[in-house]
Ligand binder design. Structure first.
Ligand code: FAD
Length: 242
């Protein structure tokens, strides 16, 4: 998934809006779960993004500056900093493994914001694991606008320990958040994969908007299920996240 960073041409150095990449310092790092980090960085002047958007990120250190990986902003554009929530994969021996050694004051290289997930009205959000990240900033934005309404979240994880920001979602959405765990049976949590029966049991109206984000296998399965249940593609917003 990596790509190469282009060196900015001199003309771009003066215009933040046109820059291809930005160097920011890490302000803080904390662990949200056993393998998920929350990284707070400086925000370049005039850098703006929409809730749900992502950017490419590399670590500014020898051997890693060209290893760009996409990550989603999990705060809001008007904040004075940037925030990312990142699941780490030590077994890949890739960039997210390097993030485990990141320290306050280290530097990251960011690209321009991009992304397919954009809020277009009340609906049902379905996330798998780190696929929750675009929905974090979208839901924060709706909360800020006091427009959470009847938006609902179905959040699929392997175990309870994998659930990112469980308490925050519970506070934000109350009964409108449904957790389902594929590898753990615990009272109060649904168990298994998301199936047609599960969707039928929890969703009354299929003429609703759906926002999907998760691993490719989950996304393909969900798309098939939703199509089966009569949901048209124009009501489905989706992003694949490995
Ligand atoms: C638009 C978008 C937004 C995203 N936003 C986020 C986000 O906000 N938070 C988040 O956590 N993730 C997000 N992701 C996913 C994130 O980009 C990947 O998890 C990340 O790129 C993984 O980087 P890596 O270097 O650790 O591993 P990779 O680049 O996946 O892999 C590095 C190397 O490891 C090996 N490898 C790959 N898969 C495996 C495997 N299963 N087992 C063993 N070895 C393997 C391969 O040799 C590969 O070259 C997003 C993805 C997209 C497309």
């Amino acid at each position: 998934m990596g790509s190469t960073i282009m060196t900015p041409r001199p003309a771009e150095q003066n215009s933040v809006q046109k820059k291809k990449h930005y160097v920011v310092k890490v302000n803080s790092i904390d662990r949200l779960t056993h393998d998920v980090l929350r990284i707070d960085t400086e925000k370049p002047e005039d850098y703006t993004f929409l809730p749900g958007q992502a950017t490419e990120v590399a670590i500014k250190k020898p051997g890693w500056a060209n290893e760009l990986r996409p990550f989603t902003f999990t705060n809001l554009s008007h904040d004075s900093h940037l925030e990312f929530i990142i699941k780490t994969y030590p077994s890949h021996k890739g960039m997210t493994n390097q993030l485990l050694d990141l320290k306050i004051g280290d530097k990251l290289i960011l690209g321009r914001p991009f992304g397919a997930i954009k809020y277009s009205g009340e609906g049902i959000f379905i996330a798998g694991g780190a696929g929750i990240t675009p929905f974090i900033s979208i839901l924060k934005d709706l909360e800020r606008k006091q427009s959470l309404g009847q938006n609902r979240l179905i959040f699929a994880n392997k175990t309870k320990a994998d659930i990112i920001l469980e308490e925050d979602f519970s506070k934000l959405l109350g009964p409108n958040v449904i957790n389902i765990l594929s590898e753990e049976k615990i009272a109060g949590y649904h168990h298994g994969l998301i199936t047609k029966d599960f969707l039928l049991a929890h969703i009354k109206e299929f003429n609703s908007r759906f926002y999907l984000c998760g691993p490719p296998v989950m996304l393909t399965a969900l798309l098939n299920l939703l199509h089966d249940l009569g949901v048209k593609d124009e009501f489905i917003t989706r992003e694949k996240m490995d």
